[in-house]
Design a protein around this ligand. Structure first.
Ligand code: PBG
Length: 335
């Protein structure tokens, strides 16, 4: 008969420290707080207007007055900043997207109202032409539909300056044109906005996860299946993300961003490890939509996956997360 003796095996029992709440707390390597979150918001013309977005259950487009109320609430929850996206009426869209730098445009008015009402809350703006062009591309196109780099950058610079003049704290170019960070940084300095920060959408992939966002801002119909693959990055690439991030930092970006989020956490980790710069990730509309759809069907526990998914960004090395869950998660964390 074989004798089993109770020897030293297993020498280490990792489960020992998982056995009680106190030791799980002591062992926890990462934390998520409302201060890690940036809430993307969609702003509408009019007063007292709110519209549901079918593909983003729980998120609404709001007119400026209602957005101001929302902003106060987010500030009280400890969320440091909003990312503002205008829903541009089709009558002001044009081939060249000149509405983008209208001093009295919707985005510019929203920035002013938000800064007047809640000055401590950071306001970050989207610098790109897609809400303003009749074709839904992020820049100015030639006759073949190709997005022209350098003429687009000239317009992006005007747009960024108009946001800074309105009071934006952070401008966030999401267009992926070459050289736009340097051009915008230079113009901000010469216009006296040396403390207006730039968060660069540096590693922005040509992703199908942006679908619900394009519904939300009303650029999907204009884009008509058009692709952004000749300026946004190929989802197959990782080294190129480092190259893009390094270029944007060299050109003067204060913060870099990886987008989408969850399918690209390997990119977040690599960028953070190699460049050690302030690094953000965007949990985009399609990621939110997937979670919400599964939760609505009872297939996933909505609150639990919300918190787990946000923590995953912290574990991957993100300093902060743009997420449509920012409000709900901050509410839960304040409970
Ligand atoms: C446009 C822009 C997009 C998003 C942010 N800015 C869409 C796109 O590039 O087509 C996507 C955000 C999301 O899906 O939540 N410049």
């Amino acid at each position: 008969m074989v004798q089993f003796t109770r020897g030293p095996f297993p020498a280490t029992r990792p489960r020992r420290l998982r056995a009680n709440a106190f030791s799980r707390q002591l062992m926890r390597e990462n934390t998520l707080t409302p201060h890690d979150l940036i809430f993307p918001v969609f702003v509408l013309e009019g007063t007292n207007q709110r519209e549901a977005i079918a593909s983003m259950p729980g998120i609404e487009r709001l007119s400026i007055d209602l957005l101001v109320k929302k902003a106060k609430h987010l500030h009280s929850l400890g969320v440091p900043a909003l990312a503002l996206f205008p829903v541009t009426p089709s009558k002001v869209k044009s081939l060249h997207g000149d509405e983008a730098f209208n001093k009295d445009g919707l985005a510019q008015r929203a920035i002013k109202s938000l800064k007047d009402a809640v000055p401590e809350l950071g306001i970050m703006t989207d610098v790109a032409l897609d809400p303003f062009t009749t074709h839904g591309q992020d820049g100015i196109i030639d006759d073949s539909g190709y997005v022209l780099n350098d003429v687009t950058v000239d317009v992006l610079v005007k747009q960024a300056i108009s946001h800074a003049e309105a009071g934006a704290d952070v401008v966030a170019p999401s267009d992926m044109m070459d050289g736009r960070i340097g051009a915008i940084r230079g113009a901000l300095e010469t216009h006296g906005f040396c403390n207006t920060a730039i968060m660069a959408y540096s590693a922005k992939y040509a992703s199908a996860y942006y679908g619900p966002f394009r519904d939300a801002v009303g650029s999907a119909a204009n884009l008509k299946g058009g692709s952004k693959a000749n300026y946004q990055m190929d989802p197959a690439n990782l080294n190129e993300a480092l190259h893009e991030c390094a270029l944007d930092l060299q050109e003067g970006a204060d913060m870099i961003m990886v987008k989408p989020g969850m399918p690209y956490l390997d990119v977040v980790r690599r960028v953070k490890d190699e460049l050690a710069a302030p690094t953000f990730a965007y949990q985009v509309s399609g990621e939110y939509a997937m979670h919400q759809a599964a939760a609505a069907n009872g297939w996933l526990n909505g609150e639990a996956v919300m918190m787990e998914s946000l923590m995953a960004f912290k574990r991957a090395g993100a300093d902060g997360i743009l997420s449509y869950y920012a409000e709900a998660a901050a509410e839960l964390l304040n409970r």
